[in-house]
Design a protein around this ligand. Sequence first.
Ligand code: FAD
Length: 425
Amino acid sequence: MRAAPDYYSYYKATVNDSTRHPRLEGDEVADVCIIGGGYTGLSTTLGLAEKGYAVTLLESFNIGWGASGRNGGQLIHGIGGKSYLRKKYGPDIEAFINRLCWRGHEIVEENIKKYDIECDLKYGYLDCAFKTRQMSDLEEEFEHYDSLGMGDRFRLVSANELSDYIGTSVYKGGLYNDRDAHLHPLNLCLGEARAAAGLGAKIYEQSQVLSITHGREPRVHTEHGSIRAKIVVLAGNAYHLLEQKHVGGILFPAGTYIIATEPLGDNMAHDVLPADVAVCDLNEMLNYYRLSSDKRMLFGGRCNYSGREPRDIKASIKPRMLQIFPQLKGTRIDFQWGGKIGIVINRIPQLGRIGDNVYYAQGYSGHGINQTHIVGEILTAAICGQMEDFDVYAKAKHWKIPAPRWVGNNMVALGMMYYRIRDLL
Ligand SMILES: Cc1cc2nc3c(=O)[nH]c(=O)nc-3n(C[C@H](O)[C@H](O)[C@H](O)COP(=O)(O)OP(=O)(O)OC[C@H]3O[C@@H](n4cnc5c(N)ncnc54)[C@H](O)[C@@H]3O)c2cc1C
Protein backbone atom coordinates (compact mmCIF):
# COMPACT_ATOMS: atom_id res chain seq x y z
CA MET A 1 0.00 0.00 0.00
CA ARG A 2 1.31 3.44 -0.88
CA ALA A 3 2.68 5.71 1.83
CA ALA A 4 0.28 8.49 2.75
CA PRO A 5 0.54 11.34 5.24
CA ASP A 6 -1.67 10.75 8.23
CA TYR A 7 -2.28 12.82 11.34
CA TYR A 8 -3.94 12.43 14.71
CA SER A 9 -6.44 15.24 14.28
CA TYR A 10 -8.86 16.74 16.77
CA TYR A 11 -11.59 14.94 14.83
CA LYS A 12 -9.96 11.54 15.24
CA ALA A 13 -9.59 12.23 18.95
CA THR A 14 -13.33 12.92 19.25
CA VAL A 15 -15.02 10.31 17.03
CA ASN A 16 -18.29 8.99 18.37
CA ASP A 17 -18.34 5.75 16.39
CA SER A 18 -15.55 3.18 16.48
CA THR A 19 -17.02 0.80 13.85
CA ARG A 20 -14.30 -0.77 11.71
CA HIS A 21 -15.14 -2.42 8.42
CA PRO A 22 -13.32 -5.51 7.13
CA ARG A 23 -10.78 -5.68 4.33
CA LEU A 24 -12.04 -7.08 1.00
CA GLU A 25 -10.95 -10.73 0.75
CA GLY A 26 -11.96 -12.63 -2.40
CA ASP A 27 -14.11 -11.91 -5.43
CA GLU A 28 -17.59 -10.44 -5.15
CA VAL A 29 -20.28 -8.86 -7.31
CA ALA A 30 -22.34 -5.68 -6.84
CA ASP A 31 -24.66 -3.45 -8.83
CA VAL A 32 -22.39 -0.49 -8.15
CA CYS A 33 -18.84 -0.36 -6.80
CA ILE A 34 -17.78 2.96 -5.26
CA ILE A 35 -14.07 3.75 -4.88
CA GLY A 36 -13.36 6.14 -1.99
CA GLY A 37 -14.89 6.56 1.46
CA GLY A 38 -15.19 10.37 1.60
CA TYR A 39 -18.41 12.36 1.19
CA THR A 40 -18.53 11.86 -2.61
CA GLY A 41 -18.36 8.08 -2.23
CA LEU A 42 -20.49 7.94 0.91
CA SER A 43 -23.30 10.18 -0.31
CA THR A 44 -23.51 8.23 -3.58
CA THR A 45 -23.47 4.93 -1.69
CA LEU A 46 -26.19 6.14 0.64
CA GLY A 47 -28.30 7.56 -2.20
CA LEU A 48 -28.11 4.30 -4.16
CA ALA A 49 -28.63 2.09 -1.10
CA GLU A 50 -31.80 4.08 -0.34
CA LYS A 51 -33.02 3.17 -3.81
CA GLY A 52 -32.35 -0.53 -3.25
CA TYR A 53 -29.12 -0.95 -5.22
CA ALA A 54 -26.52 -3.48 -4.06
CA VAL A 55 -23.57 -1.16 -3.45
CA THR A 56 -20.03 -1.97 -2.35
CA LEU A 57 -17.68 0.80 -1.22
CA LEU A 58 -13.91 0.29 -1.16
CA GLU A 59 -11.68 2.61 0.87
CA SER A 60 -7.86 2.51 0.90
CA PHE A 61 -7.62 3.33 4.59
CA ASN A 62 -10.61 4.11 6.82
CA ILE A 63 -13.93 5.85 6.24
CA GLY A 64 -13.33 9.61 6.27
CA TRP A 65 -9.57 9.16 6.02
CA GLY A 66 -9.23 11.82 3.26
CA ALA A 67 -10.35 15.44 3.16
CA SER A 68 -13.87 14.57 4.29
CA GLY A 69 -12.69 13.52 7.73
CA ARG A 70 -10.14 16.31 8.16
CA ASN A 71 -11.72 19.50 6.86
CA GLY A 72 -12.63 22.81 8.49
CA GLY A 73 -16.22 21.63 9.01
CA GLN A 74 -17.69 24.72 7.36
CA LEU A 75 -20.89 23.95 5.49
CA ILE A 76 -20.97 26.79 2.98
CA HIS A 77 -23.58 27.31 0.27
CA GLY A 78 -23.07 27.70 -3.46
CA ILE A 79 -21.54 25.77 -6.30
CA GLY A 80 -18.17 26.37 -7.94
CA GLY A 81 -17.58 27.69 -11.45
CA LYS A 82 -20.68 29.90 -11.73
CA SER A 83 -19.03 32.36 -14.09
CA TYR A 84 -17.96 29.52 -16.41
CA LEU A 85 -21.45 27.98 -16.29
CA ARG A 86 -23.04 31.36 -17.11
CA LYS A 87 -20.68 31.84 -20.04
CA LYS A 88 -21.29 28.36 -21.38
CA TYR A 89 -25.04 28.04 -20.88
CA GLY A 90 -26.32 31.64 -20.80
CA PRO A 91 -29.18 32.93 -18.62
CA ASP A 92 -31.02 29.57 -18.60
CA ILE A 93 -28.42 28.22 -16.18
CA GLU A 94 -29.55 30.59 -13.35
CA ALA A 95 -32.35 28.23 -12.32
CA PHE A 96 -29.84 25.35 -12.03
CA ILE A 97 -27.40 27.47 -9.98
CA ASN A 98 -30.15 28.64 -7.62
CA ARG A 99 -31.66 25.18 -7.24
CA LEU A 100 -28.32 23.67 -6.22
CA CYS A 101 -27.16 26.62 -4.10
CA TRP A 102 -28.53 25.21 -0.81
CA ARG A 103 -29.19 21.63 -1.90
CA GLY A 104 -26.05 20.30 -0.16
CA HIS A 105 -27.29 21.76 3.14
CA GLU A 106 -30.68 20.12 2.70
CA ILE A 107 -29.11 16.71 2.02
CA VAL A 108 -26.76 16.95 5.01
CA GLU A 109 -29.65 18.06 7.25
CA GLU A 110 -31.88 15.25 5.95
CA ASN A 111 -29.15 12.66 6.57
CA ILE A 112 -28.49 13.98 10.08
CA LYS A 113 -32.18 13.85 10.92
CA LYS A 114 -33.11 10.62 9.17
CA TYR A 115 -30.14 8.62 10.46
CA ASP A 116 -29.69 10.33 13.79
CA ILE A 117 -26.13 11.47 13.10
CA GLU A 118 -24.43 13.31 15.97
CA CYS A 119 -22.00 15.78 14.40
CA ASP A 120 -22.28 19.05 16.35
CA LEU A 121 -24.21 20.92 13.64
CA LYS A 122 -24.42 24.65 14.46
CA TYR A 123 -25.74 27.45 12.26
CA GLY A 124 -24.15 30.79 11.40
CA TYR A 125 -21.37 31.82 9.03
CA LEU A 126 -19.49 35.02 8.38
CA ASP A 127 -17.38 36.07 5.39
CA CYS A 128 -14.92 38.79 6.44
CA ALA A 129 -13.25 41.47 4.32
CA PHE A 130 -9.69 42.65 4.90
CA LYS A 131 -9.98 45.27 2.18
CA THR A 132 -12.48 47.81 0.95
CA ARG A 133 -12.71 46.12 -2.46
CA GLN A 134 -13.57 42.82 -0.73
CA MET A 135 -16.33 44.62 1.18
CA SER A 136 -17.74 45.84 -2.15
CA ASP A 137 -17.82 42.19 -3.31
CA LEU A 138 -19.79 41.28 -0.19
CA GLU A 139 -22.23 44.12 -0.77
CA GLU A 140 -22.78 42.83 -4.30
CA GLU A 141 -23.34 39.33 -2.97
CA PHE A 142 -25.88 40.63 -0.48
CA GLU A 143 -27.77 42.41 -3.25
CA HIS A 144 -27.77 39.22 -5.30
CA TYR A 145 -29.34 37.16 -2.50
CA ASP A 146 -31.73 39.98 -1.67
CA SER A 147 -32.92 40.00 -5.29
CA LEU A 148 -33.61 36.26 -4.94
CA GLY A 149 -35.80 36.90 -1.89
CA MET A 150 -33.20 35.63 0.61
CA GLY A 151 -32.21 39.01 2.01
CA ASP A 152 -33.66 38.14 5.42
CA ARG A 153 -31.12 35.31 5.87
CA PHE A 154 -28.13 37.58 5.14
CA ARG A 155 -26.84 40.63 6.96
CA LEU A 156 -24.12 43.05 5.95
CA VAL A 157 -22.02 43.73 9.03
CA SER A 158 -20.04 46.96 9.36
CA ALA A 159 -16.61 47.08 11.03
CA ASN A 160 -18.27 48.45 14.21
CA GLU A 161 -20.90 45.71 14.33
CA LEU A 162 -18.37 42.91 13.80
CA SER A 163 -17.74 42.68 17.54
CA ASP A 164 -21.14 40.94 17.84
CA TYR A 165 -19.57 38.03 15.96
CA ILE A 166 -15.82 38.15 16.30
CA GLY A 167 -13.21 39.51 18.72
CA THR A 168 -10.79 41.18 16.35
CA SER A 169 -10.38 44.54 14.70
CA VAL A 170 -8.50 43.39 11.58
CA TYR A 171 -11.49 43.34 9.24
CA LYS A 172 -13.33 46.08 7.36
CA GLY A 173 -16.67 44.31 7.73
CA GLY A 174 -18.43 41.12 6.72
CA LEU A 175 -21.47 39.31 5.41
CA TYR A 176 -23.28 37.06 7.86
CA ASN A 177 -25.87 34.42 7.06
CA ASP A 178 -27.80 32.16 9.37
CA ARG A 179 -28.22 29.24 6.92
CA ASP A 180 -24.60 28.14 6.52
CA ALA A 181 -23.27 26.07 9.38
CA HIS A 182 -20.38 24.19 10.91
CA LEU A 183 -20.06 20.60 12.04
CA HIS A 184 -17.74 17.73 13.02
CA PRO A 185 -16.80 16.42 9.56
CA LEU A 186 -15.49 12.99 10.54
CA ASN A 187 -18.53 12.16 12.64
CA LEU A 188 -20.69 13.12 9.65
CA CYS A 189 -18.73 10.63 7.48
CA LEU A 190 -19.02 7.88 10.05
CA GLY A 191 -22.75 8.53 10.45
CA GLU A 192 -23.32 8.36 6.69
CA ALA A 193 -21.32 5.14 6.47
CA ARG A 194 -23.37 3.67 9.31
CA ALA A 195 -26.59 4.70 7.54
CA ALA A 196 -25.49 3.13 4.23
CA ALA A 197 -24.38 -0.09 5.93
CA GLY A 198 -27.71 -0.18 7.76
CA LEU A 199 -29.43 -0.20 4.35
CA GLY A 200 -27.32 -3.14 3.17
CA ALA A 201 -24.36 -1.40 1.50
CA LYS A 202 -21.10 -3.32 1.93
CA ILE A 203 -18.14 -1.28 3.10
CA TYR A 204 -14.55 -2.47 2.99
CA GLU A 205 -11.68 -0.55 4.58
CA GLN A 206 -7.92 -1.10 4.06
CA SER A 207 -8.92 -2.04 0.52
CA GLN A 208 -7.10 0.18 -1.92
CA VAL A 209 -8.20 -0.20 -5.52
CA LEU A 210 -5.16 -0.89 -7.66
CA SER A 211 -6.76 -1.07 -11.10
CA ILE A 212 -10.00 -1.31 -13.02
CA THR A 213 -10.55 -3.79 -15.83
CA HIS A 214 -13.04 -2.17 -18.20
CA GLY A 215 -15.75 -4.08 -20.02
CA ARG A 216 -19.48 -4.70 -20.07
CA GLU A 217 -19.19 -5.33 -16.34
CA PRO A 218 -16.00 -3.68 -15.10
CA ARG A 219 -13.94 -5.36 -12.40
CA VAL A 220 -12.20 -3.42 -9.68
CA HIS A 221 -9.09 -5.03 -8.18
CA THR A 222 -7.56 -4.70 -4.72
CA GLU A 223 -4.57 -6.59 -3.36
CA HIS A 224 -6.76 -9.28 -1.82
CA GLY A 225 -9.89 -9.37 -3.95
CA SER A 226 -12.07 -7.87 -6.63
CA ILE A 227 -15.58 -6.56 -7.23
CA ARG A 228 -17.40 -7.08 -10.51
CA ALA A 229 -20.10 -4.44 -10.93
CA LYS A 230 -22.44 -3.01 -13.54
CA ILE A 231 -21.29 0.51 -12.64
CA VAL A 232 -18.12 1.82 -10.97
CA VAL A 233 -17.82 5.26 -9.39
CA LEU A 234 -14.38 6.75 -8.91
CA ALA A 235 -14.58 9.04 -5.87
CA GLY A 236 -10.95 9.26 -4.72
CA ASN A 237 -10.67 13.01 -5.41
CA ALA A 238 -7.18 14.39 -4.72
CA TYR A 239 -5.93 11.10 -3.28
CA HIS A 240 -6.28 8.68 -6.17
CA LEU A 241 -4.06 7.95 -9.14
CA LEU A 242 -6.43 5.70 -11.08
CA GLU A 243 -7.39 6.18 -14.73
CA GLN A 244 -4.84 8.95 -15.25
CA LYS A 245 -5.21 8.68 -19.02
CA HIS A 246 -8.70 10.12 -18.61
CA VAL A 247 -8.60 12.19 -15.44
CA GLY A 248 -4.90 13.02 -15.09
CA GLY A 249 -3.75 16.61 -15.66
CA ILE A 250 -7.12 18.18 -14.90
CA LEU A 251 -7.08 18.09 -11.09
CA PHE A 252 -4.32 19.62 -8.97
CA PRO A 253 -3.96 18.37 -5.39
CA ALA A 254 -3.07 21.02 -2.82
CA GLY A 255 -2.40 20.68 0.90
CA THR A 256 -4.28 22.80 3.44
CA TYR A 257 -3.71 22.75 7.20
CA ILE A 258 -5.51 23.19 10.51
CA ILE A 259 -4.49 23.63 14.14
CA ALA A 260 -6.69 23.09 17.20
CA THR A 261 -5.96 24.93 20.42
CA GLU A 262 -6.56 23.62 23.89
CA PRO A 263 -10.18 24.21 25.09
CA LEU A 264 -10.41 28.00 25.55
CA GLY A 265 -12.93 28.09 28.37
CA ASP A 266 -16.17 30.07 28.24
CA ASN A 267 -14.69 33.55 28.65
CA MET A 268 -11.98 33.34 25.98
CA ALA A 269 -14.28 31.45 23.60
CA HIS A 270 -16.82 34.26 23.99
CA ASP A 271 -14.09 36.84 23.52
CA VAL A 272 -12.91 35.43 20.16
CA LEU A 273 -16.15 34.16 18.63
CA PRO A 274 -19.10 35.39 20.72
CA ALA A 275 -21.74 34.17 18.25
CA ASP A 276 -20.05 30.75 17.77
CA VAL A 277 -20.19 31.08 13.98
CA ALA A 278 -17.81 29.77 11.31
CA VAL A 279 -15.65 32.42 9.65
CA CYS A 280 -13.71 32.65 6.39
CA ASP A 281 -11.83 35.67 5.24
CA LEU A 282 -11.73 36.65 1.64
CA ASN A 283 -8.07 36.63 0.72
CA GLU A 284 -7.20 34.15 -2.00
CA MET A 285 -4.88 32.57 0.64
CA LEU A 286 -7.76 32.46 3.05
CA ASN A 287 -8.04 31.73 6.76
CA TYR A 288 -11.00 29.68 7.99
CA TYR A 289 -11.88 29.13 11.59
CA ARG A 290 -14.53 28.26 14.14
CA LEU A 291 -14.97 26.85 17.64
CA SER A 292 -15.30 23.13 18.24
CA SER A 293 -18.04 21.84 20.52
CA ASP A 294 -15.56 21.81 23.43
CA LYS A 295 -14.58 25.41 22.62
CA ARG A 296 -11.21 24.96 20.99
CA MET A 297 -10.24 27.33 18.21
CA LEU A 298 -9.95 25.27 15.00
CA PHE A 299 -7.96 27.53 12.71
CA GLY A 300 -7.09 26.59 9.13
CA GLY A 301 -5.34 28.13 6.21
CA ARG A 302 -2.48 28.05 3.77
CA CYS A 303 -2.39 26.14 0.50
CA ASN A 304 0.60 24.12 -0.54
CA TYR A 305 0.89 22.83 -4.11
CA SER A 306 4.34 21.29 -3.88
CA GLY A 307 3.14 17.91 -2.57
CA ARG A 308 5.69 18.13 0.28
CA GLU A 309 4.08 18.19 3.70
CA PRO A 310 5.29 21.01 6.01
CA ARG A 311 7.46 19.74 8.84
CA ASP A 312 5.78 21.93 11.43
CA ILE A 313 2.18 22.88 10.63
CA LYS A 314 1.79 24.74 13.90
CA ALA A 315 4.73 27.02 13.09
CA SER A 316 3.11 28.12 9.85
CA ILE A 317 -0.54 28.39 10.97
CA LYS A 318 -0.24 29.78 14.51
CA PRO A 319 1.17 33.17 13.40
CA ARG A 320 -1.81 33.55 11.04
CA MET A 321 -4.15 32.88 13.96
CA LEU A 322 -2.33 35.39 16.19
CA GLN A 323 -2.54 38.04 13.48
CA ILE A 324 -6.32 37.84 13.87
CA PHE A 325 -6.53 36.93 17.56
CA PRO A 326 -3.46 38.23 19.44
CA GLN A 327 -5.34 37.39 22.67
CA LEU A 328 -4.60 33.67 21.94
CA LYS A 329 -0.82 34.22 22.24
CA GLY A 330 -0.26 31.98 25.26
CA THR A 331 -2.71 29.32 24.15
CA ARG A 332 -1.45 25.77 23.71
CA ILE A 333 -1.87 24.00 20.38
CA ASP A 334 -3.11 20.45 20.99
CA PHE A 335 -3.55 19.15 17.43
CA GLN A 336 -2.21 19.94 13.98
CA TRP A 337 -3.08 18.24 10.72
CA GLY A 338 -3.59 18.71 7.02
CA GLY A 339 -5.24 17.13 4.02
CA LYS A 340 -5.50 17.39 0.28
CA ILE A 341 -8.04 19.31 -1.72
CA GLY A 342 -8.51 18.94 -5.48
CA ILE A 343 -8.09 22.27 -7.27
CA VAL A 344 -9.82 22.73 -10.62
CA ILE A 345 -8.85 25.72 -12.75
CA ASN A 346 -12.39 26.78 -13.74
CA ARG A 347 -13.71 25.75 -10.27
CA ILE A 348 -16.37 23.42 -11.71
CA PRO A 349 -16.49 20.00 -10.06
CA GLN A 350 -15.39 17.44 -12.63
CA LEU A 351 -18.03 14.85 -13.39
CA GLY A 352 -17.75 12.48 -16.27
CA ARG A 353 -17.77 8.93 -17.55
CA ILE A 354 -15.06 6.67 -18.88
CA GLY A 355 -16.92 4.49 -21.35
CA ASP A 356 -20.54 3.89 -20.35
CA ASN A 357 -20.12 2.45 -16.92
CA VAL A 358 -17.23 4.05 -15.02
CA TYR A 359 -18.24 7.40 -13.53
CA TYR A 360 -15.92 9.85 -11.82
CA ALA A 361 -16.55 12.90 -9.66
CA GLN A 362 -13.83 15.10 -8.18
CA GLY A 363 -12.48 18.62 -7.79
CA TYR A 364 -14.35 20.81 -5.32
CA SER A 365 -11.48 23.30 -4.93
CA GLY A 366 -11.67 23.31 -1.13
CA HIS A 367 -15.42 23.89 -0.98
CA GLY A 368 -16.65 20.37 -0.72
CA ILE A 369 -19.01 19.55 2.13
CA ASN A 370 -22.08 20.86 0.34
CA GLN A 371 -20.90 20.15 -3.22
CA THR A 372 -19.98 16.49 -2.59
CA HIS A 373 -23.47 15.89 -1.26
CA ILE A 374 -25.01 17.58 -4.30
CA VAL A 375 -22.76 15.50 -6.53
CA GLY A 376 -23.72 12.31 -4.67
CA GLU A 377 -27.35 13.07 -5.47
CA ILE A 378 -26.53 13.87 -9.11
CA LEU A 379 -24.54 10.62 -9.50
CA THR A 380 -27.34 8.63 -7.89
CA ALA A 381 -29.84 10.15 -10.32
CA ALA A 382 -27.52 9.53 -13.30
CA ILE A 383 -27.05 5.87 -12.36
CA CYS A 384 -30.85 5.63 -12.11
CA GLY A 385 -31.08 7.05 -15.67
CA GLN A 386 -31.70 10.77 -15.02
CA MET A 387 -28.74 12.40 -16.72
CA GLU A 388 -29.78 16.08 -16.99
CA ASP A 389 -27.86 17.55 -14.03
CA PHE A 390 -24.93 15.19 -14.58
CA ASP A 391 -24.68 16.33 -18.20
CA VAL A 392 -24.51 20.02 -17.22
CA TYR A 393 -21.28 19.22 -15.38
CA ALA A 394 -20.02 16.56 -17.76
CA LYS A 395 -20.15 18.94 -20.72
CA ALA A 396 -17.86 21.47 -19.03
CA LYS A 397 -14.42 21.75 -20.63
CA HIS A 398 -11.45 21.41 -18.30
CA TRP A 399 -7.90 22.56 -18.86
CA LYS A 400 -5.64 19.57 -19.22
CA ILE A 401 -1.94 19.99 -18.51
CA PRO A 402 -0.34 17.09 -20.39
CA ALA A 403 2.63 16.77 -18.07
CA PRO A 404 3.48 14.99 -14.81
CA ARG A 405 1.41 16.12 -11.83
CA TRP A 406 4.26 18.10 -10.27
CA VAL A 407 4.56 20.26 -13.40
CA GLY A 408 0.84 21.06 -13.36
CA ASN A 409 0.96 21.74 -9.63
CA ASN A 410 3.86 24.16 -10.06
CA MET A 411 1.95 25.99 -12.78
CA VAL A 412 -1.06 26.32 -10.47
CA ALA A 413 1.30 27.42 -7.66
CA LEU A 414 2.63 30.18 -9.88
CA GLY A 415 -0.91 31.34 -10.60
CA MET A 416 -1.69 31.33 -6.89
CA MET A 417 1.46 33.35 -6.16
CA TYR A 418 -0.01 36.11 -8.29
CA TYR A 419 -3.11 36.14 -6.04
CA ARG A 420 -0.96 36.03 -2.93
CA ILE A 421 0.89 39.15 -4.02
CA ARG A 422 -2.47 40.75 -4.79
CA ASP A 423 -3.66 39.84 -1.25
CA LEU A 424 -0.60 41.52 0.23
CA LEU A 425 -1.06 44.74 -1.71
C1 FAD B 1 -7.76 20.66 5.68
C2 FAD B 1 -9.00 20.80 4.83
C3 FAD B 1 -9.96 21.74 5.14
C4 FAD B 1 -11.12 21.86 4.38
N1 FAD B 1 -12.14 22.67 4.83
C5 FAD B 1 -13.34 22.66 4.21
C6 FAD B 1 -14.44 23.34 4.76
O1 FAD B 1 -14.37 23.92 5.85
N2 FAD B 1 -15.62 23.35 4.06
C7 FAD B 1 -15.76 22.67 2.88
O2 FAD B 1 -16.84 22.70 2.29
N3 FAD B 1 -14.73 21.95 2.35
C8 FAD B 1 -13.54 21.91 2.98
N4 FAD B 1 -12.51 21.15 2.50
C9 FAD B 1 -12.72 20.38 1.25
C10 FAD B 1 -13.55 19.11 1.46
O3 FAD B 1 -13.13 18.44 2.62
C11 FAD B 1 -13.40 18.21 0.24
O4 FAD B 1 -13.79 18.93 -0.92
C12 FAD B 1 -14.28 16.96 0.31
O5 FAD B 1 -14.17 16.33 1.56
C13 FAD B 1 -13.91 15.99 -0.81
O6 FAD B 1 -14.59 14.78 -0.57
P1 FAD B 1 -14.27 13.51 -1.46
O7 FAD B 1 -15.10 12.41 -0.94
O8 FAD B 1 -14.44 13.84 -2.89
O9 FAD B 1 -12.73 13.23 -1.25
P2 FAD B 1 -11.97 12.71 0.06
O10 FAD B 1 -12.69 13.06 1.29
O11 FAD B 1 -10.55 13.13 -0.05
O12 FAD B 1 -12.08 11.13 -0.05
C14 FAD B 1 -11.40 10.38 -1.02
C15 FAD B 1 -11.20 9.01 -0.42
O13 FAD B 1 -10.84 8.11 -1.46
C16 FAD B 1 -9.91 7.20 -0.94
N5 FAD B 1 -9.16 6.64 -2.06
C17 FAD B 1 -8.31 7.28 -2.91
N6 FAD B 1 -7.81 6.43 -3.82
C18 FAD B 1 -8.36 5.21 -3.54
C19 FAD B 1 -8.21 3.92 -4.10
N7 FAD B 1 -7.38 3.72 -5.14
N8 FAD B 1 -8.91 2.90 -3.57
C20 FAD B 1 -9.76 3.09 -2.52
N9 FAD B 1 -9.92 4.30 -1.93
C21 FAD B 1 -9.23 5.35 -2.43
C22 FAD B 1 -9.05 8.05 -0.02
O14 FAD B 1 -8.35 7.26 0.92
C23 FAD B 1 -10.08 8.97 0.61
O15 FAD B 1 -10.59 8.47 1.83
C24 FAD B 1 -11.31 21.04 3.21
C25 FAD B 1 -10.33 20.11 2.87
C26 FAD B 1 -9.18 19.98 3.66
C27 FAD B 1 -8.15 18.97 3.28
